[in-house]
Design a protein around this ligand. Structure first.
Ligand SMILES: [Zn+2]
Length: 83
């Protein structure tokens, strides 16, 4: 059995996620999100869907204050809306 790197729970259905060349072991998606998901610079939520990264700062796609606040945000919103 593997042990979750966040909560320490040993679980026979633990899984491994590789991010940036490093492997992480978790017992739940909840723990994986706490460790791996970026935090929105605007609302402080964990970004588990599409977010926008601008110069290393992440913003949740639907909670950013205004498309005018960030050209990267405006571009990403237009791309999402075009789908
Ligand atoms: Zn855990």
């Amino acid at each position: 059995m593997q042990r979750c790197e966040l909560c320490g729970n040993e679980y026979d259905k633990a899984f491994t996620i590789s991010q940036a060349g490093k492997n992480h072991v978790f017992d739940s998606f909840e723990c994986a999100i706490q460790v791996l998901a970026p935090t929105c610079a605007h609302c402080r939520c964990r970004i588990i869907g599409h977010g926008i990264e601008d110069k290393g700062v992440f913003i949740a796609a639907r909670t950013a204050p205004s498309p005018r606040a960030s050209p990267a945000f405006a571009t990403a919103l237009a791309e999402i809306d075009a789908r």
